[in-house]
Design a protein around this ligand. Sequence first.
Ligand SMILES: C[S@@+](CC[C@H](N)C(=O)[O-])C[C@H]1O[C@@H](n2cnc3c(N)ncnc32)[C@H](O)[C@@H]1O
Length: 297
Amino acid sequence: MSYLTKRLTKKHQWNKLFKQRLSEPLHLNLIALFVFLFGSFRKKVAYDLVIRPQYAYGILEAAISAKKLGFTTISVIEFGVANGGGLMNMIEIAKKVTKSTGINVDIYGFDTGTGMPDPVDFRDHPEYYNTGDFPMNKAALEEKTNGKAKLIYGPIKDTLETFKKSLSEDCPIGFISVDVDYYSSTKEVLELFTAKAHSFLPLTHVYFDDIFMPHHNDKCGELLAIKEFNDINPYRNISYHRFFENQRIFKNANWVKQMYYFHVLDHDYRSKLKRNRKAYVLDNPYLKFEGNKKQFD
Ligand SMILES: C[S@@+](CC[C@H](N)C(=O)[O-])C[C@H]1O[C@@H](n2cnc3c(N)ncnc32)[C@H](O)[C@@H]1O
């Protein structure tokens, strides 16, 4: 059975299909069918036709910006791997992104390797997640991924520092998925976001998985960790892009509300004041002057 068929045997996937996809206008779903049959990878990303659209969008956008900035490789990370469904989707997407953009993608996955650690207090949402949930079958995953992603095992607080030191300006981080469920684990993850500015693209895409259920709120879980990070880091900001939804063809999918931008404000791309370019001139079709005569010819 293919991965897609297996997904469709799950009740929550049908629920998602009906509530999030088939509630979109019929004409867009008909165009999507055409894109599914004949479209390019980029068009499929635009029409949410790639499994894990959040990863496809984030990695493709990161590669496109990296190319404009002159890089040849980007790094992407999944925090919280479990049995590796997401990581395997990431590997497949990365291959297609490279084919479409020419940008190489280095993939990293962080996990204890043994499932969820102990929750610390109510902020970790023990009502949803608990010790030992989401274990990993390491041998099977490593065999299947076959070195296409680097797996880093252990509590993130113990493995992150070495990884931070190994980061290279030549392959900046362009996309990060945070799926570690707890507030305490997300705090550990967000330590990465204090790495040197050039370790990242000036604007890095981040997907937060655990913010959409009824008990999630900004006094707990990932939302609290984001808020606290922003409060103490004046040159870094993880922010929700309130107009992102308007840029998507399909707007009802949950993931659209789970994408954040990580702004690296101390990156020189953003903080250099002198720019070597011509001044921008705004068009005014009502004015005739040297330089815009063409519009009146
Ligand atoms: C929901 S699962 C990840 C699912 C995966 N992203 C997927 O799409 O299939 C959450 C994972 O986060 C890992 N995790 C949570 N806290 C962690 C920590 N402090 N250090 C390392 N891994 C952690 C757990 O081991 C668990 O496997």
